[in-house]
Design a protein around this ligand. Structure first.
Ligand code: ATP
Length: 258
């Protein structure tokens, strides 16, 4: 059987700054299995983005070990083993939707990949919007374009850094539902950063609760909610019990003097 998609052992990262070192990650141990939907949740500054960036090789750990698809993060990055979605869509305004989605392929010299672009736009429910420009789309649609772009090389792993953080709640609900459908259809492994407890509980198979100073994991919750869930599940006792455990973890790890 294949090993975990992500395996981190005693991972620490210290940023050296002009005044004092910042302990962004301290002795993080984490296993992400194939097909998992894992959320990192915690207050500002607890190291969620840093951990995601270490996985993506955008930041290097100070100590400890990490593998991504059994490789170093650098090898995984060079093999395009993951897609990365940033908090802001970061689309090129002068390119149409299809040309934004096709950009990573174009950069690699694969400029004639219309079927791939079409399939990825279909996965984010944007068929028919190929010729539009980003400014003609709502914020939620723009973020869906950036998800389609992250799928360009059909990576098994999707890393998402608070992709819906700037959107209003109704749009966020809709996108959460669509993301769950995409995850179910494509069988991808997703690692997702969020501040929202309902979002983490609704989406995840595993919730990683983090705490700051130093950034560390204080609880890992396996959710076991049914796969074909709808937003109504948020009113069920099972859902509320998980949300309660996440909240307790966040409270335990948070110092309110900060
Ligand atoms: N390049 C850097 N240099 C110095 N300190 C940094 C750097 N990047 C992040 N930090 C610090 O590391 C800590 C963790 O930051 P990180 O962005 O990972 O937290 P986060 O949990 O994602 O926060 P947020 O929810 O606000 O995005 C913070 O104290 C932050 O100020």
């Amino acid at each position: 059987m294949a090993g975990p998609v992500i395996s981190a052992r005693e991972l620490s990262l210290v940023f050296q700054t002009a005044d004092a070192p910042v302990y962004a990650l301290s002795k993080v141990n984490l296993e992400v299995e194939d097909g998992d939907f894992v959320s990192f949740i915690g207050p500002s500054g607890c190291g969620k983005t840093t951990l995601l960036r270490v996985i993506a090789d955008l930041e290097q750990a100070t100590s400890g070990a990490i593998t991504v698809n059994g490789m170093t993060p650098q090898e995984a990055r060079l093999k395009r083993a993951y897609g990365y979605v940033f908090q802001a869509p970061a689309l090129y305004p002068w390119r149409t939707v299809e040309r934004n989605v096709g950009l990573p392929l174009e950069i690699m010299g694969l400029d004639h990949a219309p079927e791939r672009i079409e399939r990825n736009l279909e996965l984010v429910n944007l068929k028919g919007f190929e010729k539009k420009y980003p400014w003609q789309l709502s914020g939620g649609m723009q973020q869906r374009v950036s998800i389609a772009r992250a799928l360009a090389f059909d990576p098994k792993l999707l890393l998402m850094d608070e992709p819906f953080g700037a959107l209003d709640e109704i749009v966020r609900d809709k996108l959460n539902q669509q993301l769950l459908e995409l995850w179910d259809r494509t069988k991808k492994t997703v690692v997702f950063v969020t501040h929202s407890i309902p979002e983490a509980v609704f989406l995840s198979t595993k919730i990683v609760v983090m705490s700051p100073r130093p950034g560390r994991i204080i609880d890992v919750i396996e959710t076991n909610l049914p796969k074909n869930r709808t937003l109504d599940i948020r009113e069920t006792p099972e859902f509320l019990a998980i949300a309660h455990r996440v909240r307790e973890g966040l409270k335990a790890g948070h110092s309110y003097e900060d």
